[in-house]
Ligand binder design. Structure first.
Ligand code: 5AD
Ligand code: SF4
Length: 438
């Protein structure tokens, strides 16, 4: 059997896609975790920001040496960059044997075979229907406890800064029985947590002759598969987070009390330019509703600093919204113009680099304080924690997460990986809770 090494960048969707790719190639290749011994090297790439792409370009240059050592090594590039800059990559990165976009993975065996004759191959066709629903992912890098399950692909939102609708194509939902079957199989194999994945899971929608299924219906069906299974989901667009869904989360103890709800910017002027189709007031109302229906709900977000035309007043409104909501955690980015997006066409990337950086640092510093405050509020409380593994810092300690998605570290006692334990929180940093099993 030949050996396959996959390196994955970007979001959880890419992690899930790499598992699909491993499955598509499983007849001829088995996964190796050693890059030196592979016959096929795949790089599953991300285009969301320029620094993500630069890292991958650098990595491709490093692969030249590998190829010199092993003349028969084949190297392929997958994912969002394949879609975005195929031509550029083919001209500039001569290590590549083939390129496949996110909807072309079924073509991989063919691309690999044809490129082995020496001509570079590519397929970056986007599909309106591909969901890989019949492919059982090979979870080659798993803790055996948590798994991602892809429920939809693509995006129709066209946020003006975002490349995803161009790299992943139109939104399409996966047939619900195939999703529920995959979750059932995971439960039967001892998994304790699934994360239902999509660019915007709240707009999941399936209709056929006998049924009409929303995301709220789907997640409820997934939760009913086993009370021992935790169900999470990512990511949500605020425009689609319905009361129905919030109630479903609140009504099922095994649907985690945690919502990742990107707000991106705090001022209505910026939200409008970003084509987010909601206002600051609407977002705050959604948060209030979430907290009313699920009082212990964990909340995290994504924030972009220095989008086109952002004034100091706009930036202050971002900080103000963060303080008002008091997010438990956040992913924070500096705006990076992506060629081909609406923002690249319509607006000028006019916030100076040092201003972007300063604003980003202000956002990061504030979030650090908010995360610490949020963790401090948990001291003295007890949480149900799913044991995910041994802590990196000490063999005597486990780590796991609360329903709210906070990482907790605690001495082992008599529990095992995959168990649910009650942990009382005794101390914290901004990043983790520490406690003991009670
Ligand atoms: N520049 C900076 N951040 C971006 N994101 C998406 N596009 C860009 C961009 N052009 C961020 C958003 C999104 C997250 C996945 O990445 O915050 O929610
Ligand atoms: Fe990166 Fe977005 Fe593509 Fe995920 S969907 S890999 S975050 S560009």
């Amino acid at each position: 059997m030949k050996k396959l090494y996959i390196e994955t960048y970007g979001c959880q969707m890419n992690v899930a896609d790499s598992e699909v790719v491993a499955s598509i190639l499983a007849e001829d290749y088995e996964i190796t975790h050693s890059i030196e011994e592979c016959d096929l090297l795949l790089l599953n790439t991300c285009s969301v920001r320029d620094n993500a792409e630069q890292r991958i370009r650098k990595r491709l240059r490093e692969f030249k040496a590998l190829k010199k050592q092993n003349g028969s090594l084949q190297i392929g590039l997958l994912g969002c960059m394949a879609e975005r800059i195929k031509e550029q990559l083919l001209n500039e990165e001569e290590v590549l044997d083939f390129i496949a976009g996110p909807d072309a993975y079924r073509q991989l065996p063919k691309l690999i075979k044809e490129s082995s004759c020496g001509t570079v191959q590519f397929d970056v066709t986007l599909s309106k229907t591909e969901t890989y629903e019949d492919i059982i992912p090979i979870r080659y890098d798993t803790n055996g406890i948590s798994a991602f399950v892809s429920i939809m692909r693509g995006c129709n939102n066209f946020c003006s800064y975002c490349i995803v609708p161009y790299t992943r194509g139109r939104e399409r939902s996966r047939e619900p029985n195939s999703i529920l079957q995959e979750v059932t199989d995971l439960v039967n194999h001892g998994y304790k947590e699934v994360t239902l994945l999509g660019q915007n899971v709240n707009s999941y929608y399936w209709k056929d002759d006998n049924r009409e299924i929303s995301f709220a219906n789907l997640i409820e069906d997934a939760a009913k598969i086993s009370p021992e299974l935790r169900v999470r989901f990512a990511t949500s667009h605020p425009k689609d987070i319905s009361d129905e869904l919030i109630h479903v989360i609140g009504n099922h103890s095994n649907i985690c009390s945690y919502i990742h709800l990107p707000f991106q910017a705090g001022s209505n002027a910026m939200l409008k330019r970003m084509n987010r189709v909601y206002t600051r007031e609407y977002y705050l109302e959604r948060v209030a509703t979430i907290r009313r229906i699920i009082p212990d709900c964990g909340l995290s977000t994504d924030i972009i600093a220095g989008f086109c035309g952002e004034t100091e007043e706009d930036h202050l409104q971002t900080l103000d919204l963060m303080k008002t909501v008091e997010f438990d955690s956040a992913f924070m980015f500096k705006y990076s113009v992506r060629e081909g997006t609406l923002a690249a066409k319509k607006f000028i990337d006019d916030v100076p680099e040092e201003t972007k950086l300063r604003r980003l640092n202000e956002i990061i510093n504030l979030q650090q304080q908010l995360s610490l405050k949020s963790n401090q509020r948990d001291i003295g409380k007890e949480f149900e924690v799913l044991v995910e593994g041994v802590s990196k810092r000490s063999k005597e300690e486990y780590f796991g997460r609360t329903s709210q998605n906070k990482v907790v570290i605690f001495p082992k006692k008599d529990a095992e990986k995959g168990d649910y334990v009650q942990v009382k929180v005794e101390s914290c940093t901004a990043a983790t809770l520490k406690g003991k099993i009670v």
